[in-house]
Design a protein around this ligand. Structure first.
Ligand SMILES: Nc1ncnc2c1ncn2[C@@H]1O[C@H](COP(=O)(O)OP(=O)(O)OP(=O)(O)O)[C@@H](O)[C@H]1O
Ligand SMILES: [Mg+2]
Length: 454
């Protein structure tokens, strides 16, 4: 009898604990999305329902693959976790228009099989105020929405730090080579902060020095010749209560560095020609791909400004130091271009491995470009390691404005010849496609020292 009572008590305790756990999960500030080892949705919490705008009933029991195919989600962290059997962070869009960030972690059983994937989800949906919509300059505010994917422990740390930084208003300095994803992280910080104000991006290297000061700080009526009649609000003012992203900060001229320092210290701007200051409550995120310490040593960057900006410093490692990200990114970009160009191409295992072995001096941007070129140029639906070798040996078209017209035309010719050979396989077919004689094509190939494939 006592044993029975004991059992009933234990059961009661278990039920209570279970209810308690349920309450905790339901009331977490983060969204929770749990799938089983095949990607089937087991449960979502209330917070997730609110963030995503979706109902529990429409998700539970459904497989992630199905949900992505149906377009409910643009991406899925769980599917990434299943593919690589490792944690993954994914930013995606829900068909309700919401933007979310999910971090998926696999839970393994004693045989090393994934039994469950637990996703923590944050809301990145931007809350625009009407006011901001009308004053924000279209060109410099907000880049288009992109999904992103990270698998590497190094990027996991970066995302974690970015999420931490988003919760406070401290200034952030983002460092890293060109194309590593500095813009992506700056955007993430702004969105995860949930602030109402706009995200304004200013490329300090792209705006002429003579205009930069008035663009940043604005000007009063009649303050200089050529100024608009009634003055103009500066970008700092437009980003008020939001985020101002100063990209390529190392290129900021020294006299503006002094002015920026004052804006950050005093939290106010004085437009050119104005006598009164305007209070500013915007977070500054700065980024550079230059070695800023060298710039300080050579007197090109103010040390005091550096310390002001560098309250939180986020260093994004180059792609070659986070090889784990290469395959998922390559697959992701392939899906993207398949959709964009209505293709159905796939990277072979050999191709993925060849991509992993590459140097990626241009980082994620170069990988993205390479996948796009592969998608467009390679014939057939399976992309092989050789295709990658061919594409990578091909000189990139010169930057616009570099080299004489003749040099650029030659480069363009080389590019077209290579692509045509890759696509058409034989000189006969390539010549036909290009509308030239086979002998002309062969002569051109010899001129440029290009190898034949037939
Ligand atoms: N993890 C990722 N997932 C998906 N796309 C990514 C990821 N990281 C970067 N990208 C893409 O790669 C490209 C380069 O990223 P981004 O513009 O953020 O680099 P950057 O560090 O700001 O480069 P730069 O120094 O040249 O300004 C963009 O098209 C971006 O969308
Ligand atoms: Mg950038």
């Amino acid at each position: 009898m006592d044993a029975k009572k004991e059992l009933v008590n234990q059961l009661k305790e278990v039920i209570e604990k279970n209810e308690e756990l349920n309450d905790i999960i339901e009331n977490l500030c983060d969204g929770v999305y749990i799938t089983d080892g095949s990607g089937k949705t087991l449960r979502v919490n209330k917070t997730y329902e609110r963030m995503s705008g979706l109902k529990k009933e429409d998700l539970v029991g459904k497989n992630m693959e199905e949900l992505v195919k149906e377009g409910v989600f643009s991406q899925s962290a769980s599917l990434q976790v299943l593919k690589l059997k490792a944690p993954a962070t994914v930013m995606y869009t829900v068909n309700t228009g919401k933007r979310l960030l999910a971090k998926g972690v696999p839970v393994f059983d004693s045989f090393g099989k994934i039994k469950m994937i637990v996703n923590n989800v944050w809301d990145l949906t931007e809350i625009y105020s009407l006011e901001n919509e009308t004053i924000g300059p279209k060109a410099s505010s907000l880049q288009q929405e992109v999904d992103f994917i990270f698998h590497s422990p190094a990027m996991d740390k970066v995302v974690e730090l970015a999420l931490k930084a988003s919760k406070v208003t401290s200034n952030v300095l983002i460092l890293g080579e060109s194309g590593v994803g500095k813009d992506v992280i700056a955007n993430l910080i702004h969105k995860a902060s949930g602030v109402k104000g706009t995200f304004i991006k200013v490329n300090c290297a792209a705006i002429p020095e003579t205009l930069l000061e008035s663009e940043l700080f604005g000007y009063e009526y009649g303050s200089f010749t050529g100024a608009k009649k009634d003055g103009k609000a500066g970008l700092f003012q437009m980003a008020n209560n939001g985020t101002i992203f100063l990209d390529e900060i190392a290129e900021l001229p020294t006299h503006l560095q002094a002015k920026l320092l004052r804006v950050i210290q005093d939290k106010e701007v004085i437009p050119i020609g104005a006598t009164k200051s305007i209070a500013i409550e915007s977070r500054v995120i700065a980024a550079t791909n230059k070695n800023i310490e060298t710039a300080i040593d050579t007197g090109l960057f103010r040390e005091d400004l550096y310390y002001r900006l560098n309250v939180v410093s986020i260093k994004i490692p180059p792609l070659r130091n986070r090889v784990e990200d290469i395959q998922p990114l390559a697959r992701y970009f392939m899906d993207l271009f398949n959709k964009k160009y209505s293709l159905n191409k796939r990277l072979s295992k050999g191709a993925l491995e060849a991509l992993e072995r590459s140097q990626w001096r241009g980082n994620v941007r170069e990988l993205e470009n390479t996948i796009e070129r592969l998608a467009v140029v390679v014939d057939g639906n399976v992309i092989a390691a050789e295709d990658i070798a061919i594409i990578q040996n091909k000189p990139l078209l010169a930057d616009k404005g570099k080299g004489s017209l003749k040099e650029q035309l030659m480069e363009l010719e080389v590019k077209l010849l290579r692509e045509s050979i890759v696509v058409n396989k034989t000189t006969r077919r390539a010549a036909k496609a290009l509308g030239i004689d086979q002998s002309t094509l062969v002569r051109k190939l010899q001129k440029y020292g290009m190898k034949m494939m037939d």
